[in-house]
Design a protein around this ligand. Sequence first.
Ligand code: AMP
Ligand code: MG
Length: 352
Amino acid sequence: MDLINTKILKIDNENPDKDKIKEAARILKSGGTVAFPTETVYGLGANALNEDSIDKIFNAKGRPQDNPLIVHIADIDQINKLVKNISKRAKTIMEKFWPGPLTVIFDKSDIVPYKVTGGLETIAIRMPNHKIALSLIKEANLPIAAPSANISGKPSPTESSHVIQDLSGKIDMVIDGGNTGVGLESTVLDLSGDIPTILRPGGITIEDLLTVFDKVDYDKALENNDENLKPKSPGQKYRHYSPNAKMTIIKGNENLVSKEINKLTKKYEDQGLKVGIMATEEMKDKYENGEILVVGSKQKTETIAKNLFDTLRKFDKLKVDIILAEAIDEKGIGKAIMNRMGKASQNIVKVE
Ligand code: AMP
Ligand code: MG
């Protein structure tokens, strides 16, 4: 792939400069690629209705062609052209959670290229809750396909430096709009069956959705490691979010977890390996050796969501061989945190 010149444009998130937004929108309108911040992670945007533009996204990321892209809109009217119909349940949920970290699956209309949907008859749509993202999409006046702006398989980007590290020379522009908010991707929700089903846990939790629906399920393939179960969200079948090091999650009673991590650290260090420990604020003082990075607080799991991907990238910079990570309680956003950690890791050790 020939390298292209990637322009970096700093935009104030609180008060996006109109001229700068116009400059970025011009790139999108002429078929180019722009990475921009959203409230979840940085997205790599391009015109969702233009096949050449979509190719640019897949090529820059090295993303498998069957992993569909989420289409981002800034105005509820944009959705009508993209979908066949909007159910009552979808309307309710859009009103309650948009703009926000919730992606909803619809039957796609004929104008949506199969390239965007990975060959599926359905399309995933969301409206991000971020001033830069919304003004950029409005100005471009297009539906914008935008997967996370990282090399496929690597941790998603939560600041512009992560995007630059992965995609510089491969995309037309990176908007530097500071850190993202949630730090994990959107929840993907399928409303086609009797029971609303979460295909990927994310920024909107099952507890949030249960304020609207009586019952919400997780896709069976998410709950199970059975290789024969096919995830309804194609992206879930891939290993993801992976640091260079081998990662092990340690789960169980707090005292046993710290003992096990100390024991494993010693074992690996004796073998001459460099060990990183992904610790919570509450547990960090219990570790005796290793490179300890605090990912956030157990009491405030949203801090862990915010820092997770950056912490994995920091371990790469430290060039550790092994990462030992404390498991997180799967309540609220903890479900999405453990989903991402599970995909980033090779195994989970349970100590009881
Ligand atoms: P990313 O854009 O990297 O955040 O990944 C998008 C996620 O949305 C992937 O897990 C996709 O599999 C999922 N997704 C996108 N479109 C669809 C669809 N039509 N049906 C089910 N899942 C989808
Ligand atoms: Mg991604």
